[in-house]
Design a protein around this ligand. Structure first.
Ligand SMILES: [Zn+2]
Length: 202
């Protein structure tokens, strides 16, 4: 995820209402499109789903991931996990949050993934230019000052992405609820090149 970083993309040029811009299928409508159609972003997503469902055929899978792997990654919009890792529908569990940090809730998902849905391997993916590098735990104090309540959760900000990947690997490997902790590997995804770099977990 990225905070405080202005988009490098110029605003989309206006397009005819029946022509999709050459970006993703649910790209943000331009001001002129919004004014004409009244569509929200969510409306566009729902419309895209209608097209998806029209072409969809039930692959007949059960819920257990084919590759028996769970991927824990940052929610960053520049990280397309399925494309970047060559994953197909049904291959893996995908668990994402701000930073790809191994929190208690990620452990909850991994525990269910391993014990109820048969996964064995864990892949952790952080990335370059993560928004959590721009934050500190002071963010919790800022929130407390603003809303009068201190969040119970840690921000999980970090300065050294490699060290944070190591910490995440360690949290998985030492967790008592997980059945399989022998195949846990961590990586940093470079948002400029699309390449993964493995982090030595030692
Ligand atoms: Zn991130």
């Amino acid at each position: 995820m990225t905070f405080f970083v202005p988009s490098h993309k110029a605003p989309s040029a206006p397009v005819a209402s029946n022509v999709m811009p050459m970006t993703t299928s649910a790209s943000v409508p331009t001001a002129s499109e919004g004014a004409i159609s009244g569509d929200t972003v969510t409306d566009r997503l729902v419309a895209a789903n209608g097209r998806y469902a029209a072409a969809f055929t039930d692959p007949g899978m059960d819920a257990r991931p084919v590759l028996r792997v769970a991927v824990v990654a940052c929610m960053d919009a520049r990280l397309d996990l399925h494309a970047a890792l060559g994953l197909d529908l049904g291959d893996c569990h995908t668990i994402r949050n701000a930073g790809g940090v191994v929190t208690d809730d990620v452990i909850r998902s991994l525990t269910i993934s391993q014990r109820k849905l048969g996964t064995r391997s864990v892949v952790l993916i952080h990335h370059t230019g993560c928004g959590l590098e721009a934050l500190t735990e002071d963010f919790r104090t800022e929130l407390e000052v603003e809303v009068g309540q201190r969040p119970a959760w840690a921000v999980e900000s970090f300065r050294d992405v490699d060290q944070d990947v190591r910490q995440s690997m360690q949290r998985v490997r030492t967790n008592p609820f997980l059945l399989h902790t022998d195949d846990v590997r961590g990586f940093v995804f470079d948002v400029k090149t699309g390449l993964l770099r493995e982090v030595d977990g030692a």
